[in-house]
Design a protein. Structure first.
Length: 319
């Protein structure tokens, strides 16, 4: 009897340490979000949360569909806009003390493509980085070729991963007046090189995290110097990372894996050594869902997943 009891205690302890083995889920699907899914009429590529104002922005693609949809965090459709957005790939909301803006990376090949654009929350175009309609080479900092995603700090400093399959494979840091601070990466498999840098985010220790998609790894850089700090690859043997976002408490990293329809939840390392990745939990999505990019509500902790295959955005609530 005692041996059986101890055996089950050990099993319990093991499950507690590695909940993804026993799938003690950390998130549950909010089946009531959005209230009316029929507003998704194209392929939903990206999602961004304005947690201060309780808004969720969705970028979608398709013929004659609104390219940007805006929902409330409760799931009510509010409005949409379309001007000067061709093929949205990544989307990011910046809140400062005075205002909010929405940044979109556009990988279109028409007159608006190959740009990073800043909009007001209502869709008024405020700023264009890059030369619209012209794919660029990595020799010129502000000449993009299919820029994948952007992350903007409150200071206005900008991080762009440029290379959703174009000729550029790089991570670029710009100042708030759009001057190059540093540039990392070329096309390749070596340290600090990229094959489709697809998503970028920052932690609270001044580190920049990049989903190096086709190299099946996450690479980490110092946000001040651009120096390479480490990489994670052991968690991505099945499929590369498509999206990187931190949870609201910065304890975990949420990673979307499109080809295996999964969200992996990884333990975030403390300050200091990057070490190697540890998967603490997973959220298995339905077949052919194809999660592309995610965002996290930094107030509620909810995770929003833009799914190309399912043509929808789903909301997951922390348990």
């Amino acid at each position: 009897w005692l041996l059986t009891f101890l055996y089950f205690q050990v099993l319990k302890a093991f499950d507690y340490s590695f909940p993804w083995k026993g799938q003690q889920q950390m998130y549950k699907l909010d089946i009531g979000w959005p209230k009316i899914p029929e507003y998704f009429t194209g392929q939903t590529f990206c999602v961004a949360v304005d947690s201060i104002h309780g808004l969720v922005y969705v970028g979608q693609r398709g013929e004659n569909v609104p390219k940007v949809l805006v929902f409330s965090e409760e799931g009510y459709f509010l409005y949409s806009w379309n001007n000067t957005v061709e093929m949205p790939h990544g989307i990011f909301v910046l809140n400062t003390a005075t205002d909010s803006s929405v940044w979109i990376t556009d990988v279109g090949t028409g007159k608006y493509g190959h740009t990073v654009k800043q909009y007001s929350p209502s869709g008024k175009l405020m700023q264009i980085l890059g030369t619209p309609g012209n794919a660029g080479s990595s020799l010129i900092p502000l000449q993009f070729d299919q820029p994948a995603e952007i992350f903007v700090e409150e200071s206005g400093d900008i991080y762009v991963v440029d290379g959703d399959g174009g000729m550029n494979n790089r991570l670029l840091k710009l100042s708030n007046d759009y001057k190059e601070i540093w540039l990392a990466g070329t096309n390749g498999t070596g340290i600090g090189q990229f094959k489709i840098p697809h998503s970028v985010t920052l932690d609270s220790f001044g580190r920049v995290w990049v989903a190096d998609r086709d190299n099946k790894r996450i690479q980490v850089f110092d946000k001040v110097t651009g120096e390479w700090l480490g990489s994670w690859s052991s968690c991505f043997s099945e499929d590369g990372p498509y999206s990187v976002r931190f949870t609201a408490d910065y304890k975990y990293l949420i990673v979307a894996q499109l080809n295996i329809n999964r969200l992996a939840i990884l333990a975030a390392p403390p300050v200091g050594s990057i070490g190697d990745c540890v998967i603490v939990n997973t959220v298995q999505l339905a077949d052919e869902t194809k999660p592309h990019l995610v965002d996290v509500d930094m107030k509620s902790g909810a995770v929003y997943v833009a799914e190309i295959g399912a043509q929808q955005v789903q909301k997951y609530i922390p348990l």
